[in-house]
Design a protein around this ligand. Structure first.
Ligand code: AMP
Length: 433
């Protein structure tokens, strides 16, 4: 998406003018200057008043003038929540008011990769390889989590204070499978110069191959200093893309030429994949200077660094702001995230989790039902089974804050299960039935 800001030249830890003297939102973030503007959101520098650290606050308006904003925000949130990788911008938390959704994002103070290429003309192959490896590590990870970006371009690749790359802007991204029975995508999205021919041709497409194409264009831009497919007439440009009609400048090495040609193969079936013996990560240009096992362990370290973060039990059970807004009346986004929401009921109770679960136990007393402990690591729960092992209901409780619990009930939809809810469980949990 487009941008407004030039290179971000402030240090991340700055507490000077860039830290902002402006308005405070949610008693939590002091908003500073505008960092950039995308198609549906504005991004501001902000200071977290609790930790005094800086973040990027991405602000989507939920106004009727920008109805797509909420959908894009929701998509971005649901995809980013699945990702924890050194080279993917981290979503810290989500806050919402009636009119706005705020994404608090890891701050990338090095600006856009695009600005850096523009100011230098082009990168030497060695520098381009460093960025490209980080990009492919992130893309491989996203694909392995079922997330496809679909709008990769240097403007959506930011740099942190160490000059390491961070993929940003998942507003056009998608989850694997989509809604189509063929598992392929049909949505026309992306930015023309970076978009694969099968997307322009409005054919069903494999989103992983579309990301590979965009990475090929990025690699070309980094090393050539200009776009491979460019023409003032859009139709002419599309024709060039369909035919993969581009020319290498003379300084590009033969090994790099072969990799770019394989990535910009107009046939998605024969186009190179990210992994595999014949994939990008096995290509000689990609592996130059390291062996495959070295690369594999480096790539794994980009993911592993987050796996070992240990939180206290209390922290694990506490809900984050995202969960709170998802479950809040007035800005309930949960139906968009979760299609099964209709059989669920979610509500808050001003009691600790243990008390809520004791109420469930009492309701089951004398009904000939069995209780089994359940619950993921962030919650406590019970599964209620009928006499013949049928599913009656499940109740899961998370601690939202001290003394406040968020309760989620999934109800069985048979007639005896409905009766149990109506006469026993619902009243025990103070629900209107
Ligand atoms: P987006 O809508 O995500 O494409 O963001 C628009 C612009 O805001 C980007 O092109 C960047 O210039 C800037 N921006 C977005 N996120 C961040 C971030 N986390 N840190 C610094 N700048 C950002």
């Amino acid at each position: 998406m487009g941008t407004e800001s030039p290179t971000l030249s402030f240090p991340c830890t700055s507490s000077g003018t860039n830290a902002g003297t402006g308005r405070v939102v949610f008693d939590r973030y002091e908003i500073g200057r505008l960092l950039g503007r995308g198609g549906s959101a504005k991004v501001y520098l902000a200071r977290d008043l609790q930790s005094n650290s800086h973040v990027a606050l991405k602000l989507f308006s939920k106004s009727s003038k920008a109805p797509a904003g909420t959908a894009i925000a929701v998509r971005e949130i649901s995809l980013m929540r699945k990702l924890r990788h050194k080279h993917v911008l981290r979503l810290i938390e989500v806050l919402a008011s009636r009119s706005k959704i705020y994404l608090s994002l890891e701050l990338a103070c090095g600006g856009e990769l695009f600005t850096r290429v523009e100011s230098r003309g082009r990168f030497p192959e060695e520098t381009a390889r460093k960025y490209f490896r980080q990009l492919i590590s992130a893309v491989r990870y996203c694909h392995s989590r079922g997330v496809f970006h679909r709008d990769l371009k240097p403007e959506n690749i930011l740099l942190d204070e160490n000059g390491d790359l961070k993929i940003a802007d998942f507003g056009l991204g998608a989850l694997s499978g989509g809604t189509n029975p063929d598992g392929l995508f049909h949505t026309l999205c992306g930015t023309p110069a970076y978009v694969a021919p099968e997307v322009l041709a409005k054919k069903a497409y494999d989103a992983s191959k579309v990301d590979v194409w965009s990475c090929g264009v990025i690699l070309f831009v980094l090393t050539a200093g200009y776009l491979p497919f460019n023409h003032p007439n859009l139709m002419t440009m599309y024709r060039k893309i369909y035919r993969s009609d581009f020319r290498f400048p003379k300084w590009i090495s033969p090994a790099l030429r072969s990799l770019i040609c394989r990535m910009l193969d107009p046939n998605p079936v024969t186009r190179i994949t990210v992994e595999g013996v014949d994939g990008i990560t096995s290509h000689p240009w990609f592996l130059s200077g390291i062996d495959a096992s070295e690369w594999t362990s480096e790539m794994r370290s980009h993911e592993d660094m987050f796996k070992f973060e240990d939180k206290s039990d209390d922290e694990k059970r506490a809900l984050n702001a995202f969960d709170i807004i998802s479950f809040s009346a007035g800005c309930d986004l949960s139906p968009i995230f979760d299609p099964t929401v209709s059989v669920r009921e979610r509500f808050f109770m001003a009691e600790p989790a243990e008390t809520v679960l004791k109420r469930v136990e009492d309701a089951v007393q004398g009904e000939g039902m069995r209780l089994r402990s359940s619950g993921e690591e962030e919650s406590k729960g019970v599964l209620i089974e009928g006499q013949n092992g049928n599913f009656v209901a499940s109740v899961e409780v998370c601690c939202a804050s001290y003394g406040l619990s968020m309760v989620e009930v999934i109800k069985g939809d048979g007639s005896s299960e409905k009766l149990f809810w109506k006469e026993k469980l619902g009243p025990a949990l103070n629900r209107p039935v």
